[in-house]
Design a protein around this ligand. Structure first.
Ligand SMILES: [Zn+2]
Length: 421
């Protein structure tokens, strides 16, 4: 069942008063979307009249190390209990992971003796590519259903949160890891210090801990405010990461800017006294981040979001005024933030299309907008699609050229709301 409860008088939501990386209590609030529903808490029809979990969606910045982070933590048992996002389902991500595994396998000369551990391994898509590269693999993921599926498909996966106890257990059974990867999970973990302790337990002296996280600089510059949701606790730039790992006896030895999620960083971390040379890129990227260390940057960001919401509501209102029917395309986690931040509800979008069969037939958290398969584009024939999964805008528009040829309109909500040519 889905959890549906009031957060009042419960332990479901907890506000943090200290920085997750440096422990400082000198935090300043830089953005608030008020209380929003949990972005992945899609509802079935019989759950629509039950109470839902809403939690504050507020960003703080640390005045000491400059890390931007969510103030409130929702109990992971509630947050991740019905996680529907399966990475292997998206062809864009499959190609990305194939390239990722190849690059890492070559750079670190992985052999049949090299253990690669992926934390938050999901359906095992990244590990399946490391397996093809000839490495030993092991997945760790807390989602029981997805982990079981991965194991069944030949990607051995331990069901657990990544903590020092988990790491000790893995070390005893499998030995040290040459490569530990973590994608997004390093931004989704509240206790990042325990996570890093676990990495240290497993990381070989010449090993590399490599993680990809959405890049705060892209989030701000490209106005990707809908990347802010309850699972996404930490919003990284290079500066605070360099100082954090230094205090842990580790060292950021390389950073790459990659296109995932509208712009991410792939961060390479090794032992401070390990063999990896530090790339010039680390200092170069940090040098370009000075605006992210200023509160005024976030004040401008908040104003830009407000203006975008006004523009999008006006655009939808005009289309509807002309008798056109508007629907959404894509129901990723970020769609809930977008709807709440921009004030979009069921009176503006008749329904939302999603290509994942797992989501079809369900309803959006909070707004209760129904989710339908893309066949409705040709059966029900709406006039306009607001692309909520904007990172797939290109492939959505390409796959549905016929819809556009029949007069259908695609609208992208970011960086500013606009009709696609
Ligand atoms: Zn800090």
């Amino acid at each position: 069942m889905l959890f549906s409860m009031n957060t009042e008088n419960s332990n479901v939501v907890r506000a943090r008063r200290d920085c997750r990386l440096c422990g400082s209590t000198d935090l300043v609030q830089v953005l608030s979307f008020g209380e929003t529903p949990l972005a992945n808490a899609y509802l079935s029809a019989d759950e629509l009249d039950k109470p839902e979990v809403f939690a504050p969606l507020v960003l703080n910045a640390c005045n000491t190390c400059k890390l931007v982070q969510l103030r409130d933590v929702v109990d992971p048992k509630v947050l991740f209990s019905r996680y529907l996002y399966v990475s292997g389902t998206s062809p864009v991500f499959v190609a990305h992971f194939a390239d990722y595994a190849k690059t890492v396998a070559q750079r670190f000369s992985l052999t049949g003796d090299s253990l690669v551990i992926d934390v938050g391994s999901n359906d095992g898509v990244l590990l399946s590519h490391f397996k093809k590269e000839g490495a030993k693999i092991l997945g760790i993921d807390p989602a029981e259903n997805i982990a079981a599926e991965a194991t069944k498909n030949g990607i051995s996966t331990i069901v657990a949160f990544f903590k020092p106890e988990t790491a000790q257990q893995v070390l005893a059974e499998h030995g040290q890891a040459k490569v530990i990867t973590a994608n997004n999970v390093f931004a989704h973990t509240d206790d990042i210090i325990a996570f890093t302790e676990a990495v240290k337990i497993l990381l070989a002296k010449d090993g590399a801990f490599i993680f990809e996280v959405q890049y705060l600089k892209d989030l701000i510059e490209q106005n990707l405010f809908d990347m802010v949701y309850h699972e996404h606790l930490l919003y990284y730039h290079v500066t605070p990461l360099v100082s954090f790992f230094k205090t842990c006896g580790l060292r950021v030895f390389d950073v790459e800017h990659v296109p995932t999620h509208g712009g991410s960083i792939r961060v390479y971390v090794g032992w401070d006294d390990g063999p990896h040379q530090t790339s010039n890129r680390v200092a170069q990227m940090a040098a370009q981040e000075s605006d992210l260390n200023e509160v005024s940057t976030y004040q401008i960001f908040a104003k830009r979001i407000e203006a975008g919401g006004e523009k999008l509501r006006a655009l939808i209102k005009n289309l509807r005024g002309e008798g056109k029917r508007v629907v959404g395309y894509g129901a990723p986690a970020k769609a809930t933030t977008l709807c709440y931040a921009f004030g979009i509800d069921g009176s503006m979008l008749d329904y939302i299309i999603d290509d994942s069969p797992l989501k079809q037939g369900l309803y959006m958290p909070g707004t209760h907008i129904p989710i339908k398969p893309s066949s409705v584009l040709y059966e029900d024939k709406p006039d306009c699609c607001l692309i909520l999964a904007w990172n797939f805008a290109e492939s959505i528009a390409k796959n549905h050229q016929k819809f556009a040829e029949n007069g259908g309109i695609f609208v992208s909500p970011v960086p500013e709301p606009h009709i696609l040519p």
